[in-house]
Design a protein around this ligand. Structure first.
Ligand code: UN1
Length: 519
């Protein structure tokens, strides 16, 4: 690796206060870092497989210490008026704005996304900060008309407590912001456990927040802990002091979270795997459909939960579409994500490359055909990185491999003849996160969006499956877990609702007209 690259890495880390060895736990602010002494966790860059920096992981005793601080902080923080909490979040948004370039570059370095997508992830954080700031003045409850005279009935929303947050490597910090910035205007404290594949980006975010935490005296609200499953992950799931666990990851992981948290009647908010498809009808605008497919399937090297995994295409336009798609794929520059002309960076690690190869072998053994890509790519100056060529394969929707999510840039092409069949194929997978249709026919569009259409949490028309805006509720159905985070009224998941009925009269009428008198 060149000296220029090493100099750039140093510059990114210095700009964000990431050291060569970092503490694995903080209760927030410049004084919140614990002196963790656990096993050393190395963060390797997928760009070249080399270590970037290290973290001494938190142990169970650190977890206990952080939880105690979080509990105490929650008691104070919930007393702060919500609009003031919104001010804290507004300043966090401004701090993120000031650090957008550096943090975007660190995401590129640690996750392997291209710079533009790294900065895009930071932009999501900034956008949700703005949204949450406005929301801090709009945590509205309803008022109802009581059935009893001289009674008033309404509902109000109270802070919930400590929100446990577990996230995946592919979006190391945007889901942190959807959850933490909304939960904090709601008056909650947060305990964040990032993926141990990408700890440095989360450490950098804590450094960015620190001056705001100090200024408002909110240590204990934005907690972060990096530790093993045994020391941190499992204790979080079992901890009755955490009323809500919000988790992003695989369906297998989500089932475990749901079982454990459900077992103690806690709440869980799950954002799990997707198997997102685009239906391309015979009259679709092919140029738009091709561009959306390219971004959806190749963007983030196919490692978004919203990545496009299946194209369900009318037989009459399949050949045209596939030929043009392959032509576009051939022009995708795979390489160092920090280089400006790269369109696709590496996969996260060797395991991801092996999973991709295994999936493509399964395609072949089921009778499918790999039309393009799937081979490893060696990138000059980035030996040791995990580069592949994005793949396109012709398959049947009922191949077992097509029904499961492979977190890699593999796009499955599935042909249909009638629109009924397209909808059936579309919904015939276990997952239900994002979906799209490209069509110029109103009837197809509306059927896709109707209750008989897409069964996903997100359904788009003439827009791809990935790159959702923060303003809508984000999440999906079936094995995607049912959770909703980010915009719309997802904030309600981070609060507890209380229904209040007040009798301002001199009598005590019972509801349902019941008479209950002595004598
Ligand atoms: C994820 O992959 O976990 O809609 C989140 C999108 C992004 C978020 C993806 N806004 O693609």
């Amino acid at each position: 690796m060149s000296d220029a690259f090493n100099a750039e890495v140093k510059q990114i880390l210095d700009a964000l206060g990431v050291k060569s060895v970092n503490s694995g736990a903080t209760t927030g602010g410049s004084n919140g870092w614990l002196k963790t002494k656990g096993k050393e966790l190395v963060s390797y860059s997928p760009i070249n497989g080399k270590p970037i920096a290290r973290v001494s992981m938190a142990e169970k005793k650190d977890y206990d210490e952080v939880m105690e601080k979080a509990q105490a902080a929650f008691k104070t923080f919930r007393m702060m008026p919500a609009p003031r909490r919104g001010e804290v979040v507004r300043e966090i948004g401004n701090a993120l704005r000031a650090n957008k370039k550096a943090l975007g570059a660190l995401i590129a370095l640690e996750v392997g996304k291209i710079r533009a997508e790294g900065e895009g992830e930071v932009q999501e954080m900034i956008d949700i900060a703005d949204f949450a700031t406005g929301l801090s003045r709009q945590l509205y409850g309803l008022t109802m008309h009581s059935e009893r005279p001289e009674h008033r009935m309404y509902e109000q929303w109270h802070p919930l407590g400590i929100v446990g947050l577990i996230t995946a490597f592919n979006f190391p910090v945007a889901p942190w912001s959807w959850n933490s910035l909304i939960a904090s205007v709601c008056g909650d404290a947060i305990l964040f456990k990032p993926s141990s594949k990408v700890p440095l980006t989360s450490i950098a975010v804590q450094n960015i927040l620190a001056p705001v935490v100090d200024k408002y005296g909110v240590e204990g609200v934005f907690n972060m802990i990096i530790g093993s499953r045994d020391d941190v992950g499992e204790p979080m799931l079992h901890d009755k002091r955490i009323p809500l666990i919000s988790a992003t990851g695989s369906t297998a992981m989500g089932k475990h979270v749901g079982e454990v948290v459900g077992g103690r009647l806690g709440r869980s908010l799950l954002e799990l795997g997707g198997n997102n498809a685009i239906i391309v009808t015979e009259d679709a605008d092919m140029d738009m459909a091709l561009r959306a497919t390219l971004f959806g399937a190749v963007g983030t090297a196919g490692q978004r939960c919203t990545s496009t995994r299946r194209i369900i295409i009318h037989a009459s336009v399949k050949e045209f579409f596939v030929n043009n798609l392959v032509r576009a794929y051939k022009q995708v520059k795979v390489g160092n994500p920090l280089d400006n002309d790269t369109l696709m960076g590496p996969l996260i690690d060797e395991g991801a490359v092996l999973a991709m190869e295994k999936a493509l072998n399964a395609v072949k053994s089921s009778g499918g055909k790999v039309i393009y890509g799937g081979d490893r790519v060696s990138v000059e100056g980035c030996e040791g990185g995990h580069y592949v060529r994005p793949a396109v394969a012709e398959v049947k929707n009922d191949f077992p491999i097509v029904r499961s999510e492979t977190f890699a840039p593999i796009l499955y092409i599935i042909e249909y003849n009638s629109f009924d069949q397209a909808l059936e194929l579309h919904n015939d997978v276990p997952q239900g996160l994002s979906s799209a249709i490209f069509t110029t026919t109103l009837q197809y569009q509306e059927r896709f969006l109707s209750h008989r259409g897409s069964d996903c949490g997100i359904a788009n028309v003439n827009i791809g499956t990935s790159g959702a805006e923060i303003g809508g509720a984000f999440g999906g159905e079936k094995e995607t877990g049912g959770g909703r985070e980010s915009g719309s009224d997802a904030w309600k998941g981070y609060m507890r609702r209380q229904t209040n009925t007040i009798n301002w009269g001199k009598k005590l009428p019972l509801a349902q007209g019941i008479e209950f008198n002595i004598g």
